[in-house]
Design a protein around this ligand. Structure first.
Ligand code: NAD
Length: 548
């Protein structure tokens, strides 16, 4: 059966309240902007919105009939049942893809998925928080700007950025690159992904020829002109070829789905059709071939680093895969969190976002105005909102992301709830955030690599975070662990709130948004980060300092 993926607009409810309707619209939204919605895949190769179509349909049916005081349970994308709770309890709680430690391996995940016992929710796919490629765009932009400030005098004008992967998340790279004024080359094995990014205005142009791509980049560099080029090709071939030609980009990274050797990464020498067939028939061979390609891919990244390029891992486990393939020094490449973003996370500043459930872009514009009025003196926020307004097109339900911290999120949430109440906004707003947020993720090769106290692999923090958000009356709370190639590598927590204008929503927003970031500051304060200790003191967060 072919499915359609509309987003719902306006004020007519299909559910018994806006909390349920809001979550239903978010579920529809992740599919409408997802990469392969017919298979319920939202992004990152296997990140699914629901286990299967019967599960999806039952979730939809349940959200439509769910009463206040009831809570829907979801286990790895499958609705399990409805419990009687109370009016202040979350209306959906989820646990997605949590496999017991010794069993948490990619092969075991595939086996369980084959039996339809489990599915992977990615971070924001399974809990319906994904907002399209713009979800990571500010993070990518902030990384580029931090590199620019540290190495290139403030922006990336005249600089060459090389990357790969234009999928659900990686698709944000070309736009983030041009927003930072760079000439950015994005290598992508699947031409349809390139076309999709061009169609939504995230990518300027494409070519099949490396020669032509490099010429375009060179010209843009010499004119200090922003440009993004999509090159159809395999990064495991193209990166070494660029090394061979003696060309050294200024900045190099990668956002192919290298975390998953079967369903994500495309090995060199294989067509997309061949890879699709091998996924079922020859997964072992595919894993070996992907590993061999990643070894070359990362080998070239290390060569670029030796020649002076700023090289970083953008959160796709590529260094880990290369190390498993024998590249003993792959961790010479730093991870973006440790290299660029930790000072922000230590203050619980992270990727907060909101979605206009009306499907009316004016609602987002009005919140942009509010943000500039309230946080105009916050350089990161005001700079970002002005840029995003100008450059970031909406996909699916209009949404905005902005890196806000403790107190700021609560202030915005309450003000927006007031604007819903007094009719300034045309319908309720959903608030959510990435799982890659201060208190919400344990991911020792990405988010928590090199924590000051060595607590990289401790997953208590996201579990505490999820429980805190349940206790604080969030509308949806989810605990996710890694699936596919991420199995055994991470645990994280997600949260969503519907600002429906009610006084009950004031309470939910105030408690959840405040406590969510409090756990973030506490996590970093506990690890000994001065920024977090300072933030806790300045903002009166009741964190205990005991001797270790
Ligand atoms: P995706 O599966 O939607 O897209 C990956 C893209 O890489 C696909 O278009 C695929 O064709 C392409 N690709 C695969 N192998 C290739 C190769 N050898 N050469 C060229 N192109 C190749 O995944 P996504 O959602 O874009 O995520 C990409 C990666 O980034 C994942 O590993 C994901 O977990 C990670 N990620 C990081 C962050 C972060 O905060 N930094 C956020 C989200 C996702």
């Amino acid at each position: 059966m072919k499915h359609t993926f509309p987003v719902t607009s306006g004020n007519v409810l299909r559910c018994r309240g806006w909390r349920q309707e809001g979550l239903l619209r978010l579920l529809e939204n992740v599919l409408s902007v997802g990469e392969d919605p017919d298979n319920l895949v939202v992004y990152a190769a296997l990140g699914r919105a629901a286990r299967d179509w019967p599960s999806h349909d039952k979730i939809v049916e349940t959200l439509k009939t769910l009463e206040t005081g009831q809570t829907l349970l979801v286990q790895s994308g499958k609705p399990i049942g409805v419990l009687r709770t109370h009016a202040k309890a979350p209306i959906v709680i989820m646990a997605n893809c949590n496999i017991v430690g010794q069993w948490a391996r990619a092969e075991k995940f595939y086996e369980l998925a084959e039996k339809n016992l489990i599915c992977w929710g990615g971070l924001t796919a399974g809990d319906w928080q994904y907002i399209g490629s713009q979800g990571v765009i500010q993070g990518t932009y902030e990384i580029f700007m931090r590199i620019a400030a540290r190495h290139f005098g403030g922006d990336l004008a005249g600089r060459f950025v090389l990357t790969a992967g234009l999928g659900g998340m990686g698709g944000a790279q070309p736009l983030a690159g041009t927003m930072a004024k760079a000439a950015i080359l994005c290598v992508e094995a699947d031409e349809t992904r390139i076309d999709k990014r061009m169609a939504i205005g995230f990518l300027d142009t494409k070519t099949n020829s490396l020669e032509e791509a490099l010429a375009m980049i060179r010209k843009a560099q010499s004119e200090k002109r922003r440009l993004s080029v999509g090159l159809v090709g395999n990064a495991a071939d193209i990166y070494p070829e660029i090394v061979k030609r003696g060309v050294v980009p200024d900045v190099v990274t990668d956002q192919t789905s290298a975390h998953d050797l079967v369903y994500g990464y495309i090995p060199s020498g294989r067509s997309l059709d061949e890879v699709r067939q091998m996924r079922k028939g020859d997964p072992k061979v595919l894993m070996e071939e992907s590993t061999r390609s990643i070894v070359r891919h990362v080998g070239a990244m290390l060569e670029f680093q030796k020649k002076g390029a700023v090289v970083f891992d953008n959160g796709n486990l590529i260094r880990t895969q290369a190390k498993n393939g024998g590249v003993t020094n792959s961790f010479d490449i730093p991870i973006f969190t440790d290299a660029f973003l930790r000072p922000l996370f230590a203050r619980a500043i992270g990727p907060f976002r909101w979605v206009a459930l009306s499907n009316n872009p004016d609602d987002i514009r009005k919140i942009d105005d509010l943000l500039l009025e309230k946080f105009g003196s916050n350089q990161i926020v005001s700079n970002w909102v002005q840029l995003a307004r100008k450059h970031v097109p909406f996909e699916g339900l209009p949404a905005r992301i902005a890196w806000l911290g403790h107190g700021e999120r609560t202030e915005l949430g309450l003000e927006v709830n007031r604007m819903v109440r007094d009719g300034t906004l045309s319908a309720p707003i959903a608030f959510t955030r990435d799982h890659l947020d201060a208190g919400a993720m344990a991911h020792p090769n990405i988010m928590t690599e090199n924590m000051r106290d060595g607590s990289d692999a401790i997953a208590d923090w996201p579990l505490l975070n999820a429980m805190v958000n349940c206790a604080s009356q969030a509308d949806l709370v989810a605990i996710h662990s890694g699936g596919g190639g991420y199995a055994g590598y991470m645990t994280s927590a997600g949260v969503t709130l519907i600002a429906d204008g009610s006084e009950a929503a004031d309470e939910r927003l105030s408690l959840t948004l405040t406590n969510d970031t409090s756990t973030g500051v506490m996590r970093y304060a506990d690890a000994g980060y001065e920024d977090a200790l300072d933030e806790a003191k300045r903002k009166s967060i009741n964190h205990f300092r005991l001797p270790q």
